[in-house]
Design a protein around this ligand. Structure first.
Ligand code: FDP
Length: 362
């Protein structure tokens, strides 16, 4: 279901990043249907996956909201594949998503931050032509303290020939994503998605249980005010990263200092910068030389969304969407947000990399 610009919704106000004072209520379902109508060849399968994710988001939002009351906070005894203690809500959110999508006949396999390998579609259900990769509850270290957390997801088309999804289907570069989205469970619950024709946001109206269109065709400012980085790692960064962050902070006198805002939930930091402009950076450091964030279900989907909104994402040397993954849970350094700010990282880090290469290799 490749979406073109929505003619059907052309009458809606299209001011970037401005909440629509609804002249007409557009539910996420209506928005997806209207866009699908523009593509007679669409089978509706991708739309179905998006509805399922919207349903899962509502169920997770409900759990997140009542977590304190229902004694769901805190850690389980188990470690996940990243060696982190799984939070109860991580496990619950993972379960909710799997159950919301596994029976639909639209997916051939899934992968989650919470599970080591591919999650197969149960034998009794039909397999479809898409794979879903997701981080069910991002920012889990913030769960216990009532700070926004999120869900991130990515959809790619199956490329192998067998009936069931295989690792090769999962390990595709991000530019092959056909849809990506995230949900932020904050003061309100919002779902933001793209299918390659702009990035659109929907806010959950809890009184009717529907996601309503609130931001159509989001455009991220080309330069931002905010820098989101955990600079407690400064001692572990190498010199080039230290120089880069000093530059963002205006300490080299070449630019206005950015103001620091770091929630520590990727979705929350990314969302603020997407709407208001800014840069999220999680550089590699001596402890995590390949970075911390996961390429397939964190960096890739957010990179797809930010590019659709006019921003950019890089690992410092390569466009995120061009990285060929070799592992389901691969990590990557990440600089993502306003285009000009990302460009500074690319230029500074690429220059240093060139200088570091032996003369014969240049
Ligand atoms: P968390 O460990 O709480 O799950 O995805 C991992 C993530 O959170 C991101 O949401 C967040 O941006 C980052 O890690 C925070 O890491 P630091 O605590 O190292 O800053």
């Amino acid at each position: 279901m490749p979406h073109a610009g929505s003619r059907a919704l052309a009458s809606l106000p299209r001011k970037p990043n401005v909440k629509h004072t609804a002249t007409s209520v557009v539910t996420i379902e209506r928005f997806i249907i209207e866009q699908e109508k523009l593509h007679p060849e669409a089978t509706g399968e991708l739309s179905g996956i998006l509805y399922d994710m919207a349903l899962a988001a509502k169920m997770i939002a409900n759990k997140v909201r009542s977590a304190g009351l229902a004694d769901l906070l805190g850690a389980t005894e188990d470690m996940n594949v990243q060696g982190e203690i799984q939070q109860k809500l991580d496990v619950i959110a993972n379960d909710i998503i799997v159950k919301a999508v596994d029976h639909s006949g639209r997916l051939c396999a899934m992968a989650s931050e919470e599970e080591p390998g591919i999650i197969p579609i149960p034998e009794n259900f039909r397999c479809g032509k898409y794979c879903l990769l997701f981080d069910p509850l991002d920012g889990s270290s913030n769960i216990d303290v009532n700070v926004p957390v999120g869900t991130i997801f990515s959809v790619v088309r199956k490329i192998t020939r067998g009936a069931r999804g295989e690792m090769e289907d999962m390990l595709q570069p991000g530019r092959r994503q056909v849809a990506a989205g995230y949900v932020i469970y904050g003061s309100s619950t919002m779902l933001v998605y793209t299918t390659g024709q702009g990035a659109h946001a929907f806010t959950l109206d809890p009184s009717i249980g529907e996601f309503l269109l609130s931001h159509q065709d989001i455009r991220i400012p080309s330069s931002g005010r905010y820098l989101s980085v955990n600079d407690s790692y400064e001692r572990l960064w190498d010199d080039k990263v230290r120089m880069l962050v000093r530059r963002y902070r205006g300490l080299h006198g070449e630019r206005r200092a950015m103001s620091v805002r770091y929630v520590g939930s990727l979705v929350a930091d990314f969302h603020r910068n997407l709407l208001g402009g800014g840069l999220f950076a999680y550089p590699s450091n001596a402890k995590t030389p390949r970075g911390k964030l996961r390429l397939l279900y964190e960096a890739n989907p957010l990179a797809f969304i930010v590019e659709q909104a006019g921003g950019a994402a890089t690992d410092g040397l390569n466009r995120i969407l061009d990285i060929q993954p070799d592992d389901l849970h691969q990590r990557t350094p990440l600089y993502i947000g306003s285009k000009n700010d990302v460009e500074i990282a690319n230029t500074m880090l690429t220059e240093v990399a060139k200088e570091e290469r032996p003369v014969a290799a240049r």
